[in-house]
Design a protein around this ligand. Structure first.
Ligand SMILES: Nc1ncnc2c1ncn2[C@@H]1O[C@H](COP(=O)(O)OP(=O)(O)O)[C@@H](O)[C@H]1O
Ligand SMILES: [Mg+2]
Length: 376
């Protein structure tokens, strides 16, 4: 099978030729280097790559040096689409043309892009191809929305919790004083209700304020140690009928972060999975997979990261109830009896403090929580 990554550029060319003197002389390169979109410059005659900017290197997972001299056929299975566009452009002497392209790749998802193909004014012997990833754009927008929403929620809850907390102390105190004064003992039943309910609310409010209380202590962390801790904690709680499989990428680099917070975040997610699988566990068929991987070129919290850690918690339980599926990260949303609905809120809060993200895909039989944590 033809593989993109193993295609070597011809080695006969001396390396200093890669920059293409004429292109360098045009003075457009520094500008292209600084742009955040994916840009490739092709030689007008051969249609081979002469230059690729850093986002292009990242997208194609190839260095500029490896990319030099490649054709679109080396890069994509349907390379002819770009060749045809460029030829048409040249034949009709347009300055630029735009089109939506689906670029097929070997052993990878196809790239859905919007392409702008043009001839630079001060370097007419070259063709510039700009690729804008459609999916990435949509995904970034969605993540930004989630982040903004989480932030607003957090502020709202925090303010509300503070507003409740203060008068609550007063209510409880007054009920206690009243109780001392009560001559008829049976009336104490009522003051006791006030006191107990105040205490219950107090606990709730404290838990709502919990994420804002934790100090953030940064050390070098091995994510697998976090996984192992959580694994043994949950297995201690569910000693029978539950299997927690490890699917670790042993080459995973360390990350900087707060170990206790990450343990708590992961514990909340894995515990949820186990709690949702009570039936499977009773039948001895509960199964959770902890999977770690390195991810490249991901945008998290509005920033592009070259490397990130990816951690999946996958269970074979009943799936998240459909009616709460869109809201599980919101505070107080719970699908189970006696649930506080705060576990995932806290988990999200801690992961976001690491500039990471949590997403979830769920259907009956398979629920997959994906945590992404950027590396530097
Ligand atoms: N792996 C899972 N499988 C099925 N449902 C889940 C899973 N994880 C979370 N949920 C659902 O999301 C809800 C919210 O979880 P969480 O925020 O931890 O609150 P709580 O566990 O207190 O209910 C849970 O009540 C449950 O209905
Ligand atoms: Mg929970």
């Amino acid at each position: 099978m033809k593989s993109v990554r193993t295609t070597n550029p011809p080695t006969a060319e001396p390396p200093e030729d890669l920059g293409h003197a004429a292109l360098a002389a045009s003075g457009i390169l520094p500008g292209l280097d600084a742009l955040a979109t994916v840009l490739l410059v092709l030689d007008k005659l051969t249609l081979r790559v002469v230059y690729a900017n850093p986002p292009a290197e990242a997208l194609l997972a190839l260095s500029r040096r490896s990319l030099a001299h490649m054709t679109w056929h080396d890069l994509f299975l349907n390379g002819e689409v770009i060749d045809a566009t460029v030829k048409e452009l040249l034949a009709n002497q347009y300055q630029a043309t735009r089109l939506d392209l689906v670029l097929e790749r070997t052993a990878q998802e196809p790239l859905h892009t919007h392409a702008i193909v043009g001839i630079p004014e001060n370097a007419p012997d070259f063709v510039i191809v700009e690729l804008i990833e459609n999916e990435q754009k949509l995904k970034n927008e969605r993540e930004e929305r989630i982040l903004d929403q989480a932030w607003i929620n957090k502020q709202l809850i925090r303010n509300l919790a503070h507003e409740i907390k203060n008068p609550l102390g007063g209510i409880r105190g007054a009920a206690q004083l009243l109780e001392f004064e009560l001559v008829q003992r049976e009336l104490r039943e009522y003051t006791q209700v006030i006191i107990k309910e105040s205490d219950r609310l107090q606990t709730l409010v404290d838990r709502l304020l919990e994420p804002h209380r934790h100090p953030y202590i940064v050390t070098e962390i091995n994510l697998h140690e976090v996984c192992e801790r959580v694994r043994s904690l949950v297995l201690a709680e569910f000693p029978q009928g539950l299997e927690i499989e490890r699917d670790y990428d042993v080459s995973l680099p360390e990350l900087r972060g707060d170990k206790e917070q990450l343990i708590q975040a992961l514990l909340n997610i894995v515990r949820n999975a186990a709690e949702a699988m009570r039936e499977q566990i009773e039948r001895g068929q509960g199964r959770i997979v902890l999977r770690t991987r390195v991810a490249r070129k991901v945008t998290l919290a509005k920033r592009l990261h070259k490397l990130a850690l990816e951690l999946h918690v996958i269970d074979n339980g009943p799936g998240i109830p459909e009616e709460i599926r869109d809201r599980i990260f919101f505070p107080l949303v719970s699908g189970r009896e006696g649930g506080s609905g705060l576990g995932l809120t806290l988990a999200q809060s801690f992961v976001q403090r690491h500039e990471g993200s949590i997403e979830c895909e769920s259907r009956p039989g398979r629920t997959d929580f994906r945590i992404m944590l950027p590396l530097g």
